[in-house]
Ligand binder design. Sequence first.
Ligand code: SF4
Length: 249
Amino acid sequence: MNGLRRKEYLAALGLKSWVLRAGAPAAQPRALLESALLESPLLDPARPASEAPAPLAALRESAFDWDQLRARVAACTRCGLNATRTQTVFGVGNLEAQWLIVGEAPGAEEDRQGEPFVGRAGQLLNSMLRAIGLAREEVYIANVLKCRPPGNRDPSENESAECLPYLERQIALLKPRILLAVGRIAAQNLLRTDVSLGRLRQQAHTFGISRVPLVATYHPAYLLRTPADKRKAWEDLKFAREVCARVQR
Ligand code: SF4
C-alpha cells in the first residue's frame, strides 16, 4: 500500500497516523488496520455512497454504479496524472455490450475530447470492428488508465496499479462476454504478465476472478505504423469472434 492510500485508509478510520510500537511484529499494525477496515460497518456495500465520509468514498468503487464510478474517476488524483491531464477519459459505449475493448491510456486527442480511441487510431479500430460485424455503438471502449501520461509515455507500474480498480469495476458492471485487449500494455496489465504480445495473441486467456475470456491483439496506432501486421490483427479478431461465440452468458 503506498503512502497516499494508507493516509486515505487512516482518514476513513478517523486516525491521523500510526506508529509501530517497539517490539511489535512489523506486519501486525497493517494487518490489524486492514482487518478493522474489512469489518467496519462503514464498508457496508448496501450503504449509499452519498452517506459515506469523503475519504472513504475513495475506497468503495467496488460497490459503485456507473454514475458514481464516473464521478469518482473524474475527481481522481490517485496516481498524480491529474496534474497533467485536460480531463479524464472514462470510457464510452453500450452498457449492454458483449464486447469490451481495452486499450492502454488516452493519447493527446483523447485527452482533448474525453473519449477513448478517437483520431486515426480510433477510425482504424472502428474499421477493425466493422470487419467482424460490430459497430462502435455496439461495444464498450475503455483504457487501463483514465488519464493521459505526458508525452504519450508508457504508464508506470504504480499508475497502472492505482487506476486498474476502475476498469475492474467497469468490467464487473458491464459483464462482457469477451475482453479484447489492444496493444502490449493493455494485454500485459490485464493478464499481469510481462510476456510479449506476440506470444499472448491467438490464445484464449481469462481475466481476473470473473474469468471473462480475453483475447489480445495489436493496437491500431501500432498497425498504422506497421500495416504489414494488419493481417495478423485480422486473424486475432476472427479468433476473438470464435471465442465469444463459444461463451455461455
Ligand atoms: S490515471 Fe487513474 S489513478 Fe491516475 S489520476 Fe487518472 S483516474 Fe486517477
